[in-house]
Design a protein around this ligand. Structure first.
Ligand SMILES: Nc1ncnc2c1ncn2[C@@H]1O[C@H](COP(=O)(O)OP(=O)(O)OP(=O)(O)O)[C@@H](O)[C@H]1O
Ligand SMILES: [Mg+2]
Length: 755
């Protein structure tokens, strides 16, 4: 049955190859031996039997011929005599002559089995190792009787036995030989197969594809070894290729592979992240998709020439992302050659260095500003000394020529006015070079901005809308309030100049921690680790004006850099802003593009953790309210009005005067005490100094606060402030004014004003 055969085969199938080979060989050999032996023996026996049969038949014929007459003449003795002559033939054991009626006529020897068989037709029979041959006896052609010869077939049996033994010996020998051959075959066949199997097992268990099987022959097994080793080699190569691919796919740098004509064939995920283009979008296209227009045509020409020469090209690109933004890129492009040395590809590794570039730019910028500040500060310091001498002597000269030569007085006045103008410039430069004394206070930026809104609106004219975007939660900063006001004024004036046809000026505050900020602020944090370490407040001033080119933007903080007419700008505004911000521990950055407006962002570290209510208390404490009487002497009606409004608002009683004489009159007329006189240093007819002199006689207890600054009024009497005098520098804010008034009044009790 097929099933049983199948089961049997399965059983054999699991036997080791060695056993299978041995069995196969042994069976084949034994079968061959048996077949060969059988064929030989059968042939041999047949031949022997034929020989024997022929011989016995021949003897039977001879006996028949010699006994025919005896039968005819019924002479059994003669027939017996013939039969006995058979004793010379050892293989004949018995013989018998039958009469035609089948009765025994004469016999020789004893019949096998004890009785003579009945007659039979001519022929030969084999039985019990005997050969019986019947032959008809004829006389004159007529049958007269039958002769039977019985011969021993022992020789035949011996022959068969000998042949079988020989065959068995041959089979045994053949099997032995088969076993010996199979052992040899085992070394040639099953050992290599076993090794292959072991190697395959190790590969699948350990994944070690570096294993190789030693080839022992060139037969099928040898070819199998070669195939196996080749397969492992290919797997290893594919593994290595996959590892390379994984490395390229996961590389932090962008990698682009192009054909020799620059057609993109591959980009890795870093490229996609860097440029915003997906692989599908760029493969088949050209790298020029990233062109920003910042590099010249000759730049690309040189690049291609170098690549075609087979050189590695290294350089810097400013490229454009898919979203249109620009980024800085360090790139290295290398030709890839085939075995014949032909360039078949280019591989480019690219790194986005925008952040590093920006930080470097900022560093360079701040180093440049540092150096300029150092230089300008040094010059301003020396110049200050020189100006002190010039201005001092000009004043002396004015005193000495008073009432004398009018033209000399006028010259002295001119010298002093120019000297004071120069002193103002020097002060600005000192602000830029961070060499001025600051009086930092913890401030609510929102409060400062709000209090200045009205003033800024006046400053920029009604063509420009001033809007505030203040974060009510904005933290407090520590800065000099008057300097901060100066910063806002400078930025607002610049915004005004940038929006001659009007626009919008937005001043905002917001809390920021660099980690939350994107873009520029992150690089700012890297450039300024001190700002990174804690939260900071950003004061921003944005306009919708003409904006700046990159070139202008890179120079705006330099002192004396201006794009305005000589009459309009000195180029010191932003230099001062820069100095003040830096000196306050902050940082300033600008975002601007032509016709896109400008935004200045000033980062100031958050001061302490005081809450709004605490600050409110502090502000009230500081404050600024009062009930004393103040005499305001100022020839500029607008300034006088401003001062008067502020002071009245704070609870002071205010007496107004437009010049010295008016002031003396007002002081005289006032019934109550005059605690403080605020006077312009430079006024027509009588300057602030002389007024103070005179006032001291009328109101000896009154303190004096001078308003400094150049006035171009005709015939102005200009006086400079001496030491130990209270001076309020122009321009000043309401806060500064209030604080200064409070400060001077509080001095009143301790010392009287030096006038
Ligand atoms: N908001 C702005 N929009 C466009 N350009 C600006 C802006 N602010 C400054 N600039 C450019 O920066 C230059 C330098 O400004 P800065 O304030 O230092 O000097 P200035 O305004 O020219 O003169 P000054 O302020 O001394 O009167 C300006 O001349 C102008 O070109
Ligand atoms: Mg300016």
């Amino acid at each position: 049955m097929p099933t049983s055969r199948h089961i049997g085969l399965t059983r054999y199938a699991d036997l080791p190859i060695k056993v299978k080979v041995t069995l196969l060989l042994a069976l084949t050999a034994a079968f061959s031996a048996v077949v060969a032996g059988t064929v030989i023996i059968a042939g041999d026996i047949r031949e022997l039997r034929t020989t024997m049969v022929n011989r016995v038949s021949g003897l039977a014929d001879v006996v028949g011929a010699n006994t025919a007459a005896a039968i005819v003449f019924d002479d059994p003795a003669a027939a017996r005599e013939v039969l006995e002559s058979l004793s010379r033939e050892p293989i004949i054991g018995a013989a018998c002559i039958y009469r035609p009626d089948g009765t025994v006529f004469a016999s020789y020897g004893a019949p096998h089995g004890g009785a003579w068989p009945t007659t039979a037709p001519d022929g030969t029979t084999f039985a019990d190792n005997h050969i019986s041959v019947f032959s008809t006896i004829r006389e004159g052609g007529e049958p007269v009787g039958t002769v039977l010869l019985c011969a021993h077939a022992d020789e035949l049996r011996e022959r068969v036995t000998r042949a079988v033994l020989a065959a068995l010996a041959a089979i045994g020998g053949t099997i032995g030989l088969a076993v010996a051959v199979s052992a040899r075959l085992q070394r040639l066949v099953s050992d290599p197969i076993l090794k292959l199997a072991e190697a395959a097992g190790r590969v699948s268990a350990g994944g070690d594809y570096s294993i190789r099987v030693a080839k022992q022959s060139n037969d099928e097994i040898g070819r199998l070894c070669d195939g196996f080793n080749d397969m492992l080699e290919q797997i290893q190569r594919r593994d290595r290729a996959l590892e390379f691919l994984a490395a390229i796919e996961q590389a932090g740098d962008a990698i682009v592979i192009t054909g020799p004509d620059g057609t993109i064939e591959y980009v890795n995920p870093s490229f996609e992240r860097m440029t915003g283009y997906t692989r599908v979008e760029v493969v088949g296209g050209k790298p020029s998709i990233l062109k920003s227009g910042r590099q010249s045509d000759s730049f690309y020409r040189d690049l291609w020439e170098a690549l075609k020469r087979g050189d590695v090209w290294k350089g810097h690109f400013t490229n454009r992302r898919k979203d249109g933004s620009l980024y800085e890129e360090e790139a290295a492009i290398s030709p890839v050659r085939d075995a014949a040395g032909t360039i078949v590809k280019y591989v480019a590794t690219k790194r986005d260095v925008t952040r590093e570039h920006r930080i470097e730019e900022q560093m360079r910028q701040s180093q440049k500003m540092e150096a300029i500040g150092e230089l300008a500060g040094g010059i301003a310091h020396d110049l200050n000394n020189v100006l002190t001498v010039i201005n001092g002597h000009a004043e002396l000269l004015m005193e000495r020529t008073k009432g004398g030569n009018a033209s000399v007085t006028k010259s002295a006045t001119e010298i002093l006015s120019s000297g004071q103008r120069a002193a103002l410039l020097v002060r600005q430069i000192l602000a830029f070079s961070r060499r001025q004394m600051l009086q930092p206070k913890v401030l609510d930026l929102n409060g400062v901005v709000e209090s200045m809104k009205g003033m800024l609106q006046c400053l920029v004219s009604e063509r420009i809308e001033v809007a505030l975007a203040l974060d009510p939660e904005a933290g407090f900063v520590e800065a000099d309030p008057s300097q901060l006001e100066q910063v806002l004024v400078d930025l607002a004036v610049n915004a005004r100049d940038a929006m001659p046809k009007g626009g919008r000026l937005v001043i905002g505050t917001e809390n920021a921690s660099p980690t939350e900020n994107a873009g520029a602020d992150v690089s700012l944090a890297q450039a300024r680790p001190d700002l990174r370490s804690g939260p900071h407040v950003v004061l921003s001033v944005s306009d919708t004006g003409c904006g700046m080119t990159a070139d202008v933007k890179s120079r705006i903080f330099e002192p004396f850099f201006t794009t305005k007419d000589k009459s309009k700008g000195t180029g010191l505004g932003l230099a001062m802003v820069y100095g003040i911000v830096k000196q306050s521990g902050g940082e300033i950055e600008v975002q601007s593009a032509p016709e896109q407006g400008t935004t200045f962002r000033i980062h100031l570290p958050v001061a302490g953790t005081r809450s709004l209510s605490e600050l409110a208390d502090a502000t009230t404490q500081h404050a600024v309210r009062g009930s004393e009487t103040v005499l305001v002497v100022e020839d500029e009606a607008s300034v006088r009005e401003f001062v008067t409004t502020v002071l009245k608002g704070l609870g002071y009683t205010v007496l107004e005067a437009s010049d010295g004489l008016d002031a003396l009159r007002a002081a005289g007329e006032h019934a109550g005490p005059v605690h403080l006189a605020i006077t312009d240093l430079a006024m027509p007819a009588m300057g602030g100094g002389r007024l103070a002199d005179k006032l001291a006689r009328v109101r000896p207890g009154a303190q004096v606060l001078y308003i400094s600054g150049y006035s171009s009024g005709e015939g102005a009497s200009i006086e400079s402030a001496g030491p130990n005098m209270h001076v309020l520098d122009r321009p000043f804010s309401a806060t500064t004014l209030a604080q200064k008034v409070k400060e001077v009044l509080s001095h009143g009790s301790s010392r009287s004003a030096v006038v």
